[in-house]
Design a protein around this ligand. Structure first.
Ligand code: C5P
Length: 401
C-alpha cells in the first residue's frame, strides 16, 4: 500500500515513544521505506537500536555526524522524503518548528523539507491547552502542516485529559491519507449514505439495516483526494468526516429533494444510500392503536432518485450501488443499464463479512462500457478508494466526449 514511499519518521522525547515503534512496524509492513530521526531526549526512552532494527536503516540523530554527512548529508534526508512524520511530537519541538528554530537534526530537517509534514502531538493536558502551544499549532496548521490530534485519556503524568498520542493505527491512516493523490481537486462529489426512514405514525417507521459506513468512507476519501464533498445522509450514528458538508435527511422524498437541489453543482454523484423503495401510503397523525390481530399497511413506491438522475439530459458521473442477496451480477448489470449509470458497485449483503453494518466489504464493479472488476474482501476505506480510483480514471475521458 505504501510501496516505494519514502517516509522520514521524527521521534521526539516523550513517554509515547514506544508507540512510534509500533507505527514504524505498521509503515514497514505496508512497504514504506522509513528513515528515523531521533532527538536526544527520545533516546532516553527507547534506544535507537530498536528503530534501526525495525527500519533496516541507521537511525539519525546528530546534526554534525561526519559519517552520516558523508553518506547522505542531513539535507538529503529532507529532500528524499515523500512525507515527514513527527510522532510523538512534544510541545517543545512544535514550538521550535513554529518559530523557525532549527538546532538539531530533526528540526533542521523539518525546516529544510519540501515534503508535507504530519505532526502527532503528545503532551500533558495543561501544555496542550496552553495558549502558547495553541498559537503554535494554529500557525503551523495555517501554513499547511498536518496534525493528528491527540486522544483524551489517562496521561502518563497522572493527569486525565487530551494529550495522549493518537493510536499508531490512527497515525498510519493519516499518513496514508496525506500520501494520497489529490486527484479529485476541483470536482464536487455528492455522496448519499445511510438508510431512509419512512414514517407510519409519529412513533414508528420503516427502515433497513444500512449503517451508512460505506457512504461515509467514500465521502471522507473523496474529501482527502481534494474534492468538495456534499454528503446527503439518512439517520446514522456516524461522525461527519473532516471537511465534508453534510445534509441530514429522513425519508426518501427528503433525500430526493436534497439531491436534486445540489445536483447541478456536482460532477460526480455516488448513491450509496439504502433508500426505502416503498413508504406507507398514508402517515397517520396520531399513534396507531393496537386493535385487531392483523393489520394491513398499504405501501406506495418511492421515487427512484438514481434513475431520475440518470434520465437527466446532462448528468454528472453516476455511481450506483446494488445490494443483493442473489443473482448479484445479473441484477446489478440490469440496474446499470436501466438507471443509465456510469458504474455500479454490487455487493452480496447476505454474507456476514460484507455489506451492512460491518467494516469490511467485497464488491463487483460493473461499468457502462461492459468492463468489470472484482474487489476482494477489504476495509470499507480501501474499497472507497478503489471506487474513487475508477471514477477518477473515467472522468477525463468522459469530459472529452
Ligand atoms: O434498484 P435499487 O433500489 O436496488 O438500486 C440501488 C441504487 O439505487 C442505490 O445506489 C440506491 O442509493 C439508489 N436508489 C435511489 N432511490 C431509490 C432507491 C434506490 O436512488 N428510491
Amino acid at each position: 500500500m505504501l510501496k516505494d514511499t519514502r517516509i522520514v519518521l521524527g521521534v521526539t522525547g516523550g513517554i509515547a515513544v514506544y508507540k512510534a515503534v509500533e507505527l514504524l512496524r505498521l509503515l514497514t509492513k505496508a512497504g514504506a521505506c522509513v528513515h528515523v530521526i531521533m532527538t536526544r531526549a527520545a533516546q532516553e526512552f527507547v534506544t535507537p537500536l530498536t528503530f534501526q532494527t525495525l527500519s533496516s536503516h541507521p537511525v539519525h540523530s546528530e546534526l554534525f555526524n561526519l559519517i552520516a554527512e558523508q553518506e547522505i548529508g542531513h539535507i538529503s534526508l529532507a529532500d528524499r522524503a515523500n512525507l515527514f512524520v513527527i510522532a510523538p511530537a512534544t510541545a517543545n519541538v512544535i514550538g521550535k518548528i513554529a518559530n523557525g528554530i532549527a538546532d538539531d537534526l530533526l528540526t533542521t530537517t523539518a525546516m529544510a523539507t519540501k515534503a508535507p509534514v504530519l505532526i502527532a502531538p503528545a503532551m500533558n493536558v495543561n501544555m496542550y491547552t496552553n495558549p502558547i502551544y495553541r498559537e503554535n499549532e494554529e500557525k503551523l496548521r495555517r501554513l499547511g502542516y498536518l496534525f493528528v490530534p491527540p486522544e483524551k485519556g489517562a496521561l502518563a503524568c497522572g493527569w486525565e485529559g487530551e494529550g495522549k498520542l493518537a493510536a499508531p493505527e490512527t497515525i498510519f491512516e493519516a499518513i496514508a491519507a496525506a500520501l494520497r493523490p489529490r486527484d479529485l481537486a476541483g470536482q464536487t462529489v455528492m455522496v448519499t449514505a445511510g438508510p431512509t426512514r419512512e414514517e407510519i405514525d409519529p412513533v414508528r417507521f420503516i427502515s433497513n439495516h444500512s449503517s451508512g459506513r460505506m457512504g461515509y468512507a467514500i465521502a471522507g476519501a473523496a474529501r482527502q483526494r481534494g474534492a468538495r464533498v456534499i454528503l446527503v445522509s439518512g439517520p446514522t450514528g456516524l461522525a461527519v468526516p473532516a471537511g465534508v458538508e453534510r445534509v441530514c435527511v429522513e425519508s426518501a422524498r427528503d433525500m430526493q429533494a436534497a439531491v436534486m437541489r445540489h445536483v447541478k453543482e456536482c460532477s460526480v454523484v455516488i448513491k450509496a444510500a439504502a433508500v426505502a423503495d416503498y413508504r406507507p401510503a398514508e402517515r397517520k397523525g396520531d399513534k396507531i392503536k393496537k386493535q385487531a390481530a392483523e393489520m394491513t399497511l398499504t405501501l406506495v413506491k418511492n421515487p427512484d432518485i438514481l434513475a431520475e438522475l440518470g434520465h437527466l439530459k446532462k448528468h454528472p458521473f453516476l455511481v450506483g450501488f446494488a445490494a443483493e442477496t442473489s443473482c448479484l451480477e445479473e441484477y446489478a448489470a440490469r440496474k446499470l443499464a436501466e438507471k443509465k449509470l456510469d458504474m455500479i458497485v454490487a455487493n452480496d449483503v447476505s454474507s456476514c463479512d460484507a455489506g451492512f453494518n460491518v467494516d469490511t466489504n467485497r464488491a463487483l464493479l460493473l461499468f457502462k462500457d461492459g468492463s468489470r472488476q472484482d474487489c476482494p474482501l477489504m476495509s470499507k476505506d480501501e474499497l472507497a478508494n478503489r471506487i474513487l480510483d475508477e471514477v477518477v480514471s473515467r472522468l477525463p475521458a468522459r469530459r472529452n466526449h
